[in-house]
Design a protein. Structure first.
Lengths: 386, 333
C-alpha cells in the first residue's frame, strides 16, 4: 500500500506546484467569481445596486429633509436646479455647488403658480451639513446630512421637486427605497424558503405528494394575480401599524412568488435524485430531508442564486403595483408605489412631470437586478466561454 | 454461532406497464463466518444489484412485491421498522459500495466532508470532530490514499482513487458486512488489482464481503464461496473450487465454457438464446429453454434446493434422484 501512496502523493504535489493549473483546482465559487468579474455590465450594476441599498439603509443621512416635512408654499414645485457657476448679476465664474430659491407667482392667464429662481442670491451647498434630526436605528439619532447649507432659514433645496403637499420628493424617494427595496429581498427570501421546501419534497418524493403540490401550484398560477393581491390586501385591517401591514404585504406577495421557484427546485431534484450519489447517500443511512437539503441542494445553489436574483425585481414591481393601487403600503408610510399614486392623474403628470421620478427609480432598480442576474447566470453556466 | 448474513426467501418485484419485473424471486443464501467473501455472479440484468438493494431495503417507487428475511448476526433486521433500519443497519452494519462508485461521491462535497457526513448526520452519539477527522484520515491512509485527498473534490480524483474513497467511506462505522456492487467494472486491470488486494487485506482483518460481479475470474480471486444467479434466482451455490472445478448446474457449466482461454483451439461457447425477460419468465426451471440437457420435468416444476456435494447446493432437477430415475426409465423405454 505504501508504494502506491507515494505515487499518488508525488502526482498531487507535482500538480499543485504548477501555478498554471490554478484554474483546474479552483472551487466552483472562485470560477463563478472570475467569470462574473469579467462581465462588465453586471459588475457596474452590482456596484450601483449596492449604492442604492446604501441609500435605502441610511435614508435620513442622504436625504436633506424628513419625508413628512412640508413646505407650504412649495406645493408641486418643480425640481430645483443645481448650479456650479454663479448666475447672479455681479457674479460669474465658479463658486462651487449652489442653488437659488424660488419666487412663486400666479400666472393670471392660466391661473397656475409658476416658480422662477431668484438668481441674485446663490445658496451654497456643502457636504455633511447640519439639518433636521432623524433616526438612524432605534434611539440613535443624528442631525448631520450628506449635503445641506449653512445659510439661516434657506429656501428648500428640492432636487426632485415637491409633491402636492409641498414635501421634498428626493427625501420621500429615499425613504421609500427603504420599503420598496427591502420588500423585494424579504419577499424573495420567504418564497425561497417555501419554494425550496415544497419543490424539494415534490421533486424528491414524486408520486402523489408531487401531484398534489404541482396541482396546488397550477391552481395558484391560474388565479389572476392582481385581483388576488387586491382581495388579500383588502382583507388587511386598515388600522394595523405600518410594520404589520408591511409584513402582511410581503407574505401576500410571496404566496404567489414561491410557485416559480418550487418548479425550478422540483425539476432539478427530479434529475438529481436519480444520480448515483443520491443513492449512495441513501445507502449510508441518510434521512430523506438531509439528502434533499444537504446532498442535493448544494448541487444547484448557483442556479438558485440566479433565479432568486431575477425574482427580486418582480417582487419590487409587485409591491409598487399594489401600493400604486392604494392596496399595499398605506400613507403616511412611503414606498415608491405610494409616491406614484400622485402620478395617477394624467393632468398631474402633464403639469408636473417630476412626479414620475420615483418610477425612474423603480426602473433603475429592476434593470440593475436583471443585469446582475444575467451576469450571474452567465458566470454560473459551466458551458459558457471562460 | 449464527452466520454473519442469512437471507431467506428474498423477493423484490417491480411494477412495470408491461408486467411485473421479477428481479429478485425467492433468493436464499448465507454468508458464514466473519472474514469470508461470497461472490454473486451472473449475467447483466439477472437481479444481482436488485438483491443488494433489497437487502438494504432501498426500494424504488415502483416496488410491487418486497418480502423476505435478512438476518445479520442472528438478528432479523428485516423485522425492524423503516426508520430504525435506516438508523441502525444501513452503513453501520451493512455498507454498500454501489455500482457506479465513480459517480457515487457528491460532486459538490470535498472528500473529507463526504467521508464524515454519515457520522455527523447521526446525532445519536456526541462525536468529537477531531477524533472523527483522525479516524476518517486514518481510513484514507488505510485504503492507500495520501492525506491531501481530504481537501479534494471528486472531479480531482482518478477512478481508482474514487473507488478507494468509496471503500474508506463504507468502513467509517466498521460495518460487519460490505456489499460491493461491481466494484471494479470501470477500472483498468492494474487499478483493479490494487483494489482487489485492498479487499483481501480487509477480509483478512475480519470483514465479510458480498461481492457482486459478472466477472467469474475476478470473483474467484477473492471469494471463498460463489453463488451463480440466473434470472432472479440462485442457480447454484458452493465453494469457489466446487463451482469452478465441478459445476453442478448446466448454466454454470455453459457460463464457464463461455470464458475465452489462451492458446485454446476451441472457440469459447456462447449460451444459445438470450437471458429471459424478467417480465415473461419461462415456467418451471427458468433456464430450461437454453439448457442443453433439459428433462421433461423442467418446464413443469420449479426446481428445489438440492445437494450436489457437501457444501454445494444446486437448483436443478438433474440432481434429484427420483427425477433422474424417471428420466433414466424414460430413456430405457
Amino acid at each position: 500500500m505504501t508504494a502506491s501512496t507515494e505515487v499518488f502523493e508525488e502526482v498531487l504535489v507535482a500538480d499543485q506546484a504548477d501555478q498554471d493549473d490554478r484554474f483546474y483546482y479552483a472551487s466552483q465559487w472562485s470560477l463563478i467569481w472570475w467569470r462574473f468579474r469579467r462581465h462588465r455590465v453586471a459588475m457596474v450594476s452590482t456596484v450601483l445596486l449596492l449604492l442604492l441599498y446604501l441609500l435605502a439603509v441610511l435614508p435620513g443621512f442622504f436625504s436633506p429633509y424628513l419625508p413628512s416635512t412640508r413646505f407650504e408654499s412649495y406645493q408641486e414645485a418643480p425640481p430645483v436646479r443645481l448650479h456650479w457657476m454663479d448666475k447672479s448679476s455681479e457674479g460669474g465664474g465658479f463658486i462651487g455647488p449652489h442653488y437659488y430659491g424660488y419666487e412663486k407667482t400666479l400666472n393670471k392667464e392660466t391661473f397656475k403658480y409658476e416658480f422662477e429662481p431668484i438668481l441674485d442670491n446663490p445658496i451654497r451647498l456643502r457636504l455633511f451639513a447640519p439639518g433636521s434630526e432623524y433616526t438612524i436605528v432605534g434611539d440613535w439619532t443624528s442631525t448631520i446630512h450628506f449635503f445641506g447649507t449653512d445659510v439661516e432659514e434657506p429656501p428648500p433645496f428640492m432636487l426632485f421637486g415637491a409633491d402636492r403637499l409641498g414635501r421634498d420628493l428626493l427625501s420621500r424617494t429615499l425613504y421609500g427605497a427603504r420599503i420598496s427595496l427591502s420588500i423585494g429581498l424579504i419577499g424573495v427570501a420567504l418564497s425561497l424558503i417555501l419554494g425550496v421546501i415544497l419543490g424539494g419534497i415534490s421533486g424528491y418524493f414524486g408520486g402523489l405528494i408531487d401531484e398534489v403540490i404541482q396541482r396546488l401550484i397550477d391552481f395558484l398560477i391560474s388565479i389572476p394575480q392582481i385581483p388576488l393581491w387586491m382581495a388579500l390586501s383588502a382583507a388587511l385591517p386598515r388600522d394595523w401599524p405600518v410594520l404589520k401591514t408591511y409584513f402582511a404585504i410581503t407574505i401576500i406577495l410571496s404566496i404567489l412568488g414561491w410557485t416559480g421557484l418550487a418548479r425550478v427546485v422540483r425539476g432539478k431534484l427530479l434529475s438529481l435524485r436519480e444520480e448515483d450519489y443520491a443513492m449512495a447517500a441513501k445507502a449510508a443511512g441518510t434521512g430523506e430531508s438531509r439528502i434533499i437539503f444537504k446532498h442535493l441542494l448544494p448541487g444547484f445553489t448557483s442556479h438558485l442564486i440566479v433565479t432568486v436574483t431575477l425574482a427580486v425585481p418582480t417582487m419590487i414591481l409587485a409591491e409598487t403595483a399594489l401600493s400604486f393601487l392604494g392596496l399595499g403600503i398605506q400613507p403616511p408610510a412611503v414606498s415608491w408605489g405610494t409616491l406614484l399614486q400622485d402620478a395617477q392623474d394624467i393632468v398631474a403628470i402633464a403639469q408636473h412631470p417630476h412626479q414620475l421620478i420615483p418610477a425612474a427609480w423603480v426602473m433603475a432598480a429592476v434593470l440593475l437586478f436583471n443585469n446582475v442576474g444575467d451576469g450571474l447566470r452567465d458566470a454560473a453556466d459551466p458551458y459558457s466561454d471562460h | 454461532m449464527s452466520p454473519v448474513l442469512q437471507v431467506r426467501d428474498l423477493y423484490l418485484h417491480y411494477a412495470d406497464p408491461a408486467g411485473t419485473v421479477r428481479a429478485v424471486d425467492g433468493v436464499s443464501f448465507e454468508l458464514g463466518e466473519p472474514g469470508t467473501a461470497l461472490g454473486f455472479v451472473g449475467e447483466s440484468g439477472c437481479g444481482k444489484s436488485s438483491a443488494a438493494n433489497a437487502m438494504l431495503r432501498m426500494l424504488p417507487g415502483n416496488t410491487a412485491r418486497y418480502d423476505g428475511e435478512v438476518w445479520l448476526d442472528g438478528v432479523c433486521v428485516s423485522a425492524l421498522d423503516a426508520e430504525e433500519f435506516r438508523r441502525s443497519v444501513r452503513w453501520r452494519q451493512m455498507a454498500l459500495v454501489p455500482q457506479g462508485a465513480q459517480n457515487s461521491l457528491n460532486p459538490v462535497m470535498r472528500v473529507g466532508k463526504w467521508l464524515t457526513e454519515p457520522v455527523r448526520q447521526s446525532r445519536s452519539a456526541d462525536i468529537e470532530p477531531d477524533a472523527l477527522e483522525r479516524q476518517a484520515r486514518g481510513l484514507l491512509e488505510r485504503v492507500g490514499l495520501p492525506s491531501g485527498t481530504w481537501n479534494l473534490y471528486p472531479h480531482e480524483l482518478s477512478g481508482g482513487m474514487k473507488q478507494r474513497v468509496m471503500i474508506a467511506g463504507a468502513l467509517i462505522f466498521s460495518p460487519r458486512l460490505l456489499i460491493m456492487d461491481e466494484p471494479t467494472s470501470a477500472l483498468d486491470v492494474s487499478v483493479q488489482a490494487q483494489i482487489m488486494n485492498l479487499l483481501k487485506d480487509l477480509k483478512a482483518e475480519g470483514l465479510s464481503i458480498l461481492f457482486i460481479t459478472h466477472d467469474i475470474a475476478l470473483a474467484s480471486d477473492i471469494c471463498d464461496r460463489l453463488a451463480v444467479v440466473y434470472a432472479g434466482r440462485i442457480a447454484e451455490i458452493g465453494s469457489s473450487e466446487q463451482i469452478l472445478g465441478q459445476p453442478a448446474h448446466p448454466y454454470t457449466r455453459r457460463l464457464l465454457g463461455s470464458i475465452p482461454r489462451l492458446h485454446d483451439e476451441a472457440l469459447p461457447e456462447f449460451i444459445p438464446g438470450a437471458p429471459p425477460d424478467l417480465r415473461k419468465l419461462p415456467s418451471g426451471c427458468r433456464f430450461h429453454p437454453r439448457c442443453d440437457v433439459p428433462l421433461t420435468v423442467c418446464p413443469e416444476r420449479v426446481p428445489v434446493r438440492l445437494k450436489a456435494e457437501s457444501g454445494q447446493d444446486v437448483w436443478c432437477w438433474l440432481h434429484d434422484r427420483t427425477v433422474n430415475q424417471v428420466a433414466l426409465e424414460i430413456q430405457d423405454e
